[in-house]
Design a protein. Sequence first.
Length: 909
Amino acid sequence: MDELLSEFLTETAESLSELDVELVRLEQNPNDQALLSNIFRLVHTIKGTCGFLGLPRLESVAHASENVLGKIRDGELVVTPTAISLVLESLDCIKGLLAALEATEAEPEGDDGDLIARLNALAEGAEVPAPAAAEPEPEAEPELDDTLPPGAEVIGTRPGEVPLDELERVFRETEVDSFETSSPEPEPEPAPAAQAPAKAQPPVPAQSKAVAVSSEGSPPTEEGPRESAVAAQTIRVNVDLLENLMTMVSELVLTRNQLLQIARREKDSEFTVPLQRLSQVTSELQEGVMKTRMQPIGNAWSKLPRIVRDLAHELGKKIDLVMLGADTELDRQVLELIKDPLTHMVRNSADHGIETPDARTAIGKPENGRITLNAYHEGGHILIEISDDGRGLDPAKLKAKAIANGLVSELEAEAMTEQQIQQFIFRAGFSTAAVVTSVSGRGVGMDVVRTNIEKIGGTIELQSKLGRGSKFIIKIPLTLAIVSALIVEACGERFAIPQLSVIELVRASADSEHRIEEVQGTPVLRLRNRLLPLVSLERLLNLDRPDGDERSGKETFIVVAQVGTYTFGILVDRVFDTEEIVVKPVAPILRHIAMFSGNTILGDGSVIMILDPNGIAQATGEITVTDATAVEEGADHRGIGVATVSLLLFRGGGDPTPKAVPLSLVARLEEIDLATVEYSEGHPLVQYRGQLMPLIPMDERTKLEREGRQPVLVFTDNNRSMGLVVDEIVDIVEDRINVEVRPDSPSLMGSAVIAGKATEVIDAGYYLTKAFGDWFDHSSEETLAVTRGRRLLVVDDSAFFRNLLTPLLSVAGYEVTAVEGGEQALALCERGDSFDAIISDIEMPGMNGFQLAEAVRADSRWAEVPIVALSSHTTSEDLERGRQVGFTDYVAKLDREALLETLAQTVGA
């Protein structure tokens, strides 16, 4: 294909994707002149390029659309659904012509006279009411003309392009001599296509501030110069080249791992230091190459505003689409694989979830339904939430449909929990739609969605409340090429389990607290007052145990894994370590075995299989039922439920007195090789996951040994890690504890009786600020106000802050319930729960803190409950708005001392 034609097809396709989003925004914001000017410019560019290349049919359609937009821009026409629909129809026509042009390298024959006639009639006002005079912008036309000469149409970074600075940095960092600290390279301006999803947010009052921020810098008068500057730093790179580069880096990672294995065996080898340097350079190179493959998830969302808009018109509904976290990046391969599942789920929410305006008004809901997309990073993975405020899933209807389809008997259905019943929507052929339409009703979709997500090592979780709406939570890996995995052994064979699904490791023996029992012939683990179903790799894979290897009476290791909402344990003989592994596809002869997702080569050259927890759960039919029953007995349900305190018990600082720390604050338990410890200004450091991690001994006088293994508790937040050096890790317990405060010791929260022994509960914040003085941006000294028996409700969408606040408030004597959003908080109100005070974050997806406060004050049951606002920034406007909606007080999010004092005063009053 001619290079000029190929360039035209690429750029025009990108412009059309942006136009789809911008036109939907224009329909919602008809007076946005900057938006209209950008739309006109894009259509004008398409028309001009078609004329230059001699494509008369494309030029005619684009010209007719440009006439309509020109009349709207000049105030002669107003923005109406009819006008927007007709312009969108012309874009669809252009897309079809482009597809034919790409296939044949020639413009197809045909007649677009009907479409052009309708566009011309619209432009002349023949089929629209008299225009409501809008404020004309006569000066906009000269500015537009200034941007049209050749050379000024160069656009910024587009999806699939790689900034030149990024590629140069990647290759430059492979040179050891250049491995030194340098000033960060200036990042290129965001691409228009990457910003498109953020721009597509409707004018929802609750999100107005977020929308304003994401749309900043959009005026077209500044756009041209900025984009040209960025284009000068950008080159187009063939995707195949990046794929090949990623493959080579993957092989380099394997070689690095093999060399590190050799270095561990040779304790005092002269190659130790160079290999550590090579390891760090390889990690930097891997990270750099990964960045070239990363794209914002907004690229997968760009078509959704148009889809939702068209569906709303077809179904007679009013739907707002809110997109948060559109700039969250993930591997382009993963991005391509989740586009279709996301599209189907949004269509499902629009069709099945959102009610008609009349139905919503009748039950006290606003006419406009809301579908919210939210993407964010958590624990090295991507979480995508698709939620709606519609009718939710009706368990009774689902149960009746399942019985009618023969999926379960009536007796089995009666014994099932609501959560289990909801899982039927993922069955093939299952649909609750009464009538088959072009949108839905055939029962094809959600089973495919789940299958496609599980194929890339992800999970999907469903939460739904009848009358309140549904939420799907998708958890997927950042990349498919290199993943972090736990290496285990069963019957002498090693396997890798992706850490995405691993929750914790448990060591069980006959005389330990954690022991394996049997319930109705099924092995279960009693773990912190919870029965966990178990599956043995030996039995599941029919492995033969080597001669002389008998495990009876020996301790057993259990990998606690989670698949969606189900949790179970995998029995293994040994646990080795976590490694970054390169995923290789499964051989064709093994692809029918769902329990394997791939294979990899370890550092010692061994080839091992990668286990798929989804396949293991499916292969063991009794797991889901047994586990769901056990969960109902006492597990903490995500989002709603009174939090108990899980504590990690250990010894440290040479003191025999047991120590405890809230388990939720500990990212990982590690044993480091003391031979790899380095020192900077006398402080110990270790290279950990591509970064230097400071090691903080519990006793400052403790000197680390030069060789051996050292237990370390790793705390992680915001890409920073700290290792707390301890003597021994003892156990994990979960219970309500009564802590006696120790204000005389800044490193301790207090003392408590845990597992029958006097135990010191450490203040993790004290040690975190020893590693990084700005970890909390405030002094770690605490003045704990103990108010026994008072019930608090903590509302915060951040799991880290919930995990940080819950133990702090619990040890201060409060009974704490923590939920992740305003909707869950109001669900507790509906359930009849009562609290002495509510602590709420302000910036939350879905229902924010201000909306929650308004809802609480409007409900007579909670109207008098004090509400304390947590916020990372408190302006005078925020304070005033907080008082108006009903907040009792404001506290800075990281000021623990102020929070405890405020609660003492508020609850005491």
